[in-house]
Design a protein around this ligand. Structure first.
Ligand code: NAG
Ligand code: NAG
Ligand code: NAG
Ligand code: NAG
Length: 374
């Protein structure tokens, strides 16, 4: 039997070592009131432990002081040797932990032209993290019933945005509506405007294609062939609508009239300085989106963020699809609608007609677009 056990059994002696004592049940039962301490530290060992703790604290304290002195030296030397020790702030507090999202009036507007890729342009810009877009076409400045509701109504049509983000709206009919430039100027005279244009004859044919598709969709009996009345009068071809039987061009035909860009642009240039309007070449935007979007980022004062990684070419569709961190998106099928084959003579005739109008447009914008004149 060990001496500990003997002592414990005998009475209540302070245990001599830093040991856990397994006391026999009997030891407690005999005289429990006197046996309080069953685990303890012998006095010399206690002194040793306290000393060890003290030494450890001292060591730690010295180490801390040394460390902070060293980092102080490093920081001091940094102005001269910043390349050796890159500055890494220990604790960075964001200026605003929860920036306030709110609906804001647009700082930029895509004002037209219809069928030139306004939707594509807006979706491409939306790839930028600092851009927010209104979801539909708002038609605030061109429709009196909306304009009369006031700016607060307009603001409520905008998406939520964070401070520093740019809100963009697009309504292509703004471009051709006479009242719009002055109305936009009254809201914000330093707003940035984006005008996307395409080669005028291509745009006119695209416009015709869209109008015809809309007419088919709107006819109550479905496709024209199903209705005997409609079948008796097949829809007019682009050639028939654009050129009279006597060979003169039907200048009043809306798809042609809208392609005479200078007729509308001059009003915008009376309301805004030229530098506030960026002319985007819609044909180039489809062929080479990255280079065009980078120009627009600069115009809008955005950091360059959109690049080749945001686009991939879809062979089946024949145009670019968009990609952000979370999803892939191709423009809606109707946007890539196939144009009808138009008589080459009519195209040449129309290009000659637009030649002079294009020159007037180039003069207004101070840039050449290089559109064919034959
Ligand atoms: C007007 O537009 C400019 C250019 O986008 C923008 O910086 C400014 O904040 C806008 N002003 C107001 C009152 O929204
Ligand atoms: C051609 O026909 C249109 C419509 O019928 C007419 O307005 C125009 O004056 C004609 N032009 C010529 C040169 O005859
Ligand atoms: C490409 O377009 C076709 C036709 O719309 C579609 O079915 C296909 O999923 C697209 N492919 C990619 C990789 O987006
Ligand atoms: C990516 O695009 C989708 C579809 O437009 C959008 O819902 C999503 O918020 C975008 N993600 C980022 C990170 O911008």
């Amino acid at each position: 039997m060990s001496p500990t056990k003997t002592e414990a059994r005998r009475g209540c002696v302070r245990p001599p070592h830093f040991d856990i004592l397994w006391l026999p049940r009997a030891a407690l039962e005999t005289d429990p009131s006197d046996c309080v301490v069953v685990v303890g530290v012998s006095r010399p060992r206690a002194t040793l432990a306290v000393l060890a703790v003290l030494l450890l604290s001292l060591f730690l304290a010295c180490h801390l002081i040394y460390d902070s002195a060293l980092s102080g030296l490093r920081r001091g030397g940094q102005s001269h040797h910043s390349h050796q020790l890159p500055h890494r702030p220990v604790l960075v507090l964001p200026r605003r932990l929860y920036p306030t999202a709110a609906r804001r009036l647009p700082q930029a507007i895509i004002m037209g032209v219809r069928k030139c890729g306004t939707r594509a342009l807006l979706e491409m810009l939306y790839l930028h993290p600092m851009v927010q877009k209104a979801s539909g076409e708002v038609h605030f400045f061109d429709r009196d019933e909306n304009y009369n509701k006031g700016l607060e109504w307009y603001r409520m049509q905008m998406p939520h945005s964070y401070p520093g983000q740019i809100t963009i709206e697009k309504s292509p009919s703004y471009f051709v509506t006479p009242e719009v430039p002055e109305r936009i100027r009254a809201m914000n005279s330093s707003i940035k405007l984006l005008l996307i244009v395409r080669e005028p004859v291509t745009r006119a044919i695209s416009d015709y294609t869209q109008l015809r598709a809309n007419a088919v969709a709107a006819s109550p009996s479905g496709p024209p062939l199903a209705a005997p009345v409609a079948a008796a009068q097949p829809p007019k071809s682009f050639e028939q609508l654009a050129v009279f039987p006597n060979g003169t061009i039907n200048e009043a035909y809306r798809p042609l009239a809208i392609s005479v860009y200078h007729n509308y642009l001059h009003r915008w240039l009376e309301a805004f300085p030229r530098e506030q309007i960026l002319i985007v070449n819609g044909d180039l935007l489809i062929e080479d989106p990255v280079s065009q979007v980078q120009k627009i980022e600069t115009f809008l004062g955005l950091e360059p963020r959109i690049g080749t990684h945001n686009f991939y070419f879809n062979e089946t569709k024949g145009f670019y699809c968009l990609r952000n961190e979370t999803s892939d998106r191709c423009l809606r099928e109707t946007k890539g609608r196939k144009h009808p084959r138009v008589d080459a003579n009519v195209i040449s005739k129309l290009r000659r007609y637009f030649g002079e109008h294009n020159q007037k447009f180039y003069e207004l914008i101070g840039e050449e677009m290089g559109w064919p004149e034959e």
